[in-house]
Ligand binder design. Structure first.
Ligand code: DX5
Ligand code: ZN
Length: 326
């Protein structure tokens, strides 16, 4: 490849994803920062909102996020380090945040309604834990969680040292709080994440690695750092949690069933009601010019949820396929 030219944006394989925190970017040019993350292959933009009350630092709010929304297609992952997420949540929804994680240490009465508000808006809702807060603090809210965020630094600033003991105590166990989600539950790790601890975190099953200062180090190739961290996390997952087998690529789809349209739609609706997304495609087994009402349709779903779908919907699938042989 010619020196200086960038590889075309690769759709990342593997399981781990990197959410780039822009806290340590040039805050005087955030549009450039988010575009650079997108160009370099980052998976999400992690937006650290601080109110100088919940944490001793003040950054940016919903107005800034809204202004950045049109600058990139990457998902916005908001991390609200603010004392009153309930009071301001609609502003972050309106600003276009795809996921919103706030802290379980805020006053308890706002937690449940705010999680519900985020989910009603069709976004991913998360709770974050300071290093000193036990996972048990999330128990009362577990059914409302899409994201559990384990902080491995004290919230408030980028560039702090990674707390390995906190990671060892919480990251693997955090998954237990997401068992209600057949698909899409995510464990995020945030704080001091870099190439030195990515393999450890992948070995604890971390889905999203939030990386800040390690990406904005002068002279460092951001894209290479992102690919390195993802690869190391997948390596950790493969050997610590997956018996040496490479992880299922996060975005891989598999055909779960092939049925006539009406049957396919009914089974799709049942599976989606359980929280697993399904796509319907015209089955390649039938001639392309066949009438849609006559042809068979393939139900595709995320490979990572195939086992859960088979367990829950294997018999309805078999029943329908027996009734309507291909
Ligand atoms: C800290 C923030 C983190 C931080 C990550 O309060 O929540 O997202 O910006 O930056 P590094 O990777 O430098 O710790
Ligand atoms: Zn953060």
């Amino acid at each position: 490849m010619k020196r200086g030219s960038k590889p075309a944006r690769q759709v990342p394989l593997g399981r781990a994803r990197v959410a780039a925190s822009i806290l340590d970017a040039d805050l005087g040019n955030l549009a450039h920062a988010v575009k650079r993350v997108e160009r370099e292959g980052g998976d999400r933009i992690h937006l650290d909102v601080m109110d100088a009350h919940f944490v001793p630092n003040l950054t940016f709010g919903a107005v800034t996020i809204k202004a950045l929304r049109r600058r990139t297609r990457l998902p916005f992952d908001a991390h609200l380090m603010i004392s009153e997420p309930g009071r301001y949540i609609d502003e972050y929804l309106d600003a276009g945040c795809d996921s919103i994680t706030f802290h379980v240490e805020v006053s308890a009465e706002q937690i449940e309604p705010t999680l519900r508000r985020v989910r009603e808006a069709g976004r991913a809702a998360g709770l974050a834990l300071r290093p000193g807060t036990p996972l048990a603090a999330l128990e009362p809210y577990r059914e409302l969680l899409d994201i559990v965020m384990v902080m491995t630094v004290e919230p408030g600033f980028g560039g702090q040292a990674f707390m390995e003991d906190v990671a060892r105590a919480k990251v693997l166990k955090a998954r237990d709080l997401l068992t209600h989600k057949l698909h899409g539950g995510e464990v995020h790790v945030d704080g001091g994440v870099n190439r030195d601890n990515a393999e450890l975190l992948g070995g604890f099953g971390a889905d999203i690695l939030v990386v800040g200062s390690a990406l904005w180090t002068k002279g460092r190739d951001m894209g290479r750092e992102i690919r390195l961290i993802r690869a190391l996390a997948d390596e950790g997952y493969q050997y610590a949690l997956n018996d040496g087998v490479p992880p299922i690529p996060r975005d891989k789809l598999v055909t779960f069933a092939t049925l006539p349209r009406a049957e396919a739609r009914t089974l799709r609706d049942e599976i989606e009601a359980a929280g697993i997304p399904v796509l319907l495609f015209r089955s390649a087994a039938d001639p392309p010019d066949m009438d849609d009402g006559q042809r068979h349709w393939d139900l595709l779903l995320p490979a990572a949820s195939e086992a859960a779908a088979a367990e829950r919907f294997g018999s309805p699938r078999a029943g329908r396929e027996r009734k309507t042989p291909a």
